[in-house]
Design a protein around this ligand. Structure first.
Ligand code: FES
Length: 114
């Protein structure tokens, strides 16, 4: 039996303010992770869905970066306002939110169809 049906990783990497790569933490990822966790609890999904902090996912220019497994769906530019849509559409109804996909060819090419 699988421990979790879906696992949501939210990059919370933090870099110094003068680092040219920037970081997801400065774009609000700690609040986004907290909202994912809060809503997963409120929706009664805690036994099936887990949201976890991730270190740098090597997609810094697209942050805030979020990746969902087992589908390997990479989301970029995620904001607090997108959390509910990802949960309702992707996590609950298995319809990934295409408008938030990272469009670079290195991402989502291996995504598993659901
Ligand atoms: S800092 Fe978030 S992907 Fe690198």
């Amino acid at each position: 039996m699988k421990r979790f049906e879906k696992h949501i990783f939210i990059c919370e990497n933090k870099r110094p303010p003068d680092d040219p790569k920037g970081c997801c933490s400065d774009k609000g990822s700690p609040e986004i992770k907290a909202k994912f966790k809060q809503r997963i609890k409120e929706l009664g999904l805690k036994s099936e869905v887990r949201a976890n902090t991730s270190g740098c996912l090597d997609a810094c220019e697209f942050g805030v970066t979020v990746v969902v497994y087992p589908e390997q769906i990479w989301y970029g530019g995620v904001t607090l306002n997108d959390v509910e849509e990802i949960l309702q559409s992707h996590i609950i109804n298995n319809k990934p939110v295409e408008r938030l996909f990272i469009k670079h060819p290195n991402f989502n090419k291996d995504a598993i169809k659901i």
